[in-house]
Design a protein around this ligand. Structure first.
Ligand SMILES: *Cc1c(COP(=O)(O)O)cnc(C)c1O
Length: 379
């Protein structure tokens, strides 16, 4: 089950179904791309051909004038934010659910001394221009921190921001002389799902960070694209945080293979189809979704069926799957058999809930995603 006839054992993964697309592993061809490097140069001096080639390749794909490879999505966002901003006080407007605000260790506050203004979208899916207009600080009153940057995330929770909305926000930002950054860790999915042309979407932003590691399955790395002057600043701050590295071709070669094989090779479409299939299985069981399924994520509304979240890892484990909570993320290494097993798990979770009378029975308070219970700290 875990291997294919071609012997590429890591091309089809059975476990880790829904833990996230962070569990993707380098394929045989990605590993081979490292062995194929003939000369390993020093990227601190921009003398590594493999890395330079990756950066020009991404320049040609996205249409932005320059690109800089970074170690992670977090580094991409943080050096971009730092490069856009100059002298505090200043503020950044963003979606309250976004990665930059929630999961980057408060980097924008520390590294850029920025006030983060978070907005919860009323439609529960994406920020609108009207909401952004109502949230920016557009004043030189000395009480306030003027907004110099707006950050969007696309997809956010697997949901695609309509291109028309991005365009409106972009025009507004230009008019106000506010920079616009995109956390495009999952922008590949937007394009694969028909949410717009890569070059066109990127053209609405001053900078975009794209991830090689999540859905594309490269072992590590992200890339930032923007104007030449901006990327020069990115390189400076990347150096400052220790992200300029020597023979990094060992990461940039597989990153390129990942873009070619998984994105250009069309493998994301299958992950979207499988997510749709799981969505309809869930709906057939009487469930509803928390967010629409546009790409590779399925957000189950557990309360719609009365499922106790604590049951998920238990039932998943019985079926040989690893899955913890309401979110399911399909990645390119999931085999069809794992999806079938997951459907079985969904059925059993619903059966268990029904046999309890469909009544909510959360015996412990629901924890925030990254919180730990006191007993876990003591263990
Ligand atoms: C994962 C992720 C990041 C951060 O990427 P790392 O490589 O884990 O630092 C940033 N933004 C989004 C939307 C992500 O999903």
């Amino acid at each position: 089950m875990a291997s294919t006839s071609s012997g590429q054992a890591n091309d089809v993964k059975f476990e880790d179904i829904a833990e996230g697309d962070t569990v993707t592993t380098p394929t045989a061809s990605m590993l081979q791309s490292i062995l194929n490097i003939s000369v390993h140069g020093d990227d601190v001096f921009s003398e590594d051909t493999t890395t330079n080639n990756l950066e020009s390749f991404i320049v040609s794909l996205t249409g932005k004038p320059a690109a800089c490879f970074v170690m992670s999505g977090t580094m991409g966002n943080q050096v971009s934010i730092r490069s856009h901003l100059t002298q505090p006080p200043h503020s950044i407007v963003m979606d309250s659910r976004c990665h930059i605000f929630n999961y980057e260790a408060s980097g924008a506050a520390v590294l850029s001394q920025a006030q983060m203004i978070t907005v919860k979208p009323a439609n529960d899916k994406y920020l609108t221009l009207e909401e952004i207009k109502a949230s920016i600080v557009d004043s030189d009153d000395i009480h306030y921190a003027p907004t110099r940057l707006i950050c969007l995330e696309n997809t956010i929770n697997g949901v695609i921001i309509p291109k028309e909305e991005i365009k409106r926000i972009s025009e507004f930002a230009k008019e106000k002389d506010i920079k616009l950054h995109l956390d495009g860790a999952r922008l590949w999915n937007v394009v694969a799902a028909g949410g717009g042309d890569l070059k066109e979407i990127v053209s609405y932003f001053d900078s975009v960070s794209l991830c090689f590691s999540k859905g594309l399955g490269a072992p590590m790395g992200s890339i930032v694209v923007g104007e030449k002057d901006f990327i020069r600043r990115v390189r400076h701050f990347r150096k400052m945080v220790g992200g300029a590295t020597r023979q990094i071709g060992i990461a940039t070669a597989p990153a390129r293979t990942a873009v070619e094989e998984v994105f250009l090779g069309g493998k994301l479409a299958r992950t979207h189809e499988l997510a749709k299939r799981l969505e309809s299985s869930w709906i057939d069981l009487g469930g509803t979704l928390k967010f629409p399924c546009h790409t590779n994520m399925v957000w189950l509304d557990l309360e719609s069926v009365g499922i106790n979240e604590g049951d998920i890892p238990i039932e998943a484990k019985k079926a040989g799957l690893k899955w913890d909570y309401e979110r399911i993320v399909v990645h390119h290494q999931i085999c069809d058999d794992a999806i079938k097993k997951l459907e079985g798990v969904l059925e059993r979770l619903v059966e268990n809930a029904r046999s309890r009378g469909g009544v909510q029975s959360f015996d412990v308070p629901k924890m925030a995603r990254y919180s730990r219970r006191v007993d876990q700290d003591l263990a």
